[in-house]
Design a binder for this molecule. Sequence first.
Ligand code: PHE
Length: 349
Amino acid sequence: MLGKLDEIRSKAIDELSSIGDLRGLEDWRVRYLGKRSALTQALRVLAELPLEQRRGVGAVANEVKAILERSHRQKKEALKEKAYQQMEAAVKFEKIDVTLPGRPIPLGRLHPTTQVLRQICDIFLSMGFQVVEGPDVEWDYYNFEALNIPRDHPARDMFSTFWIDVETPSGELPMLLRTHTSPMQIRVMERTRPPVRVVVPGKIYRYEATDATHETMLYQIEGLAIDENITFLDLKGTLYEFARCLFGSQRKVRFRCDYFPFVEPGVEMAIDCFACGGSGCRLCGGSGWIEILGAGMVHPDVLRRVDYDPDIYTGFAFGMGVERIAMLTYGIEDIRLFYSNDLRFLRQF
Ligand code: PHE
């Protein structure tokens, strides 16, 4: 028995010296001091020994236990100290320089289209218009039919269209990506009674090859005002005021006849070139004028379709391309820059 205790002690002390971390130390403790360890077993059988043996062996067993416990404590302290020193060495090695300037947190900004879009909406808000939005995926009815552009009408050629691949039983395609924001004229009038004063910013889509002046996705802002006694003079006054707010108080405007099936009469509006003052330059293509929007008096058939009596109510509508206006104000020469996500371009605004 005494020999066995001695063996346990020397084996345990031996193993302890080769342990290098706290986890290994804990394994050692379980093995030599735990409930199932040889030492604990030995202490347990002591009770069965004759008294004179019990004294001698008991004293040795307790001594061995005390030695192992002390060694365990010392080793633990040593390992902790070692870990601390390693950490301290690592920190010293890293050399934290508290005088280094902080890393800047990158700040986002509004896209140039969004900035111009908000400017335009603000101008109309100040004149009493409300801002509303509508769906990008539109019914043929709202995009075309209700705006006096029936199926097979040549006016459909004005728009190159992305159709949604869903057929009616008769083989027609009833859904598309809206080609303009004008369908919102109908949606707004369907759910309200006059007076109406709204502007509608939103994305529109055209199926065409992209180049410096064409994109498949762009933004438009639609405007609609319906009330009793609205005349062409209101259209001109409102849009003139808008042009002066956006492009400066010196601006002159020019209205010329244009054709849109849902207005009568229809016009296109131009401002005198703010780059050359009207004498002709690269920006205005030498003409002295820059076209900025389409407009007109809402067609009586459109009013009838939404149950507005055209003998009582009249109104005007207009639509403009937002990127085009941003290109004019910032002197941007290629529309594709807007959505190619090049930060060198976007950070300039
Ligand atoms: N929707 C027309 C276009 O996209 C613009 C327009 C709007 C013209 C309202 C007249 C009235 O070309």
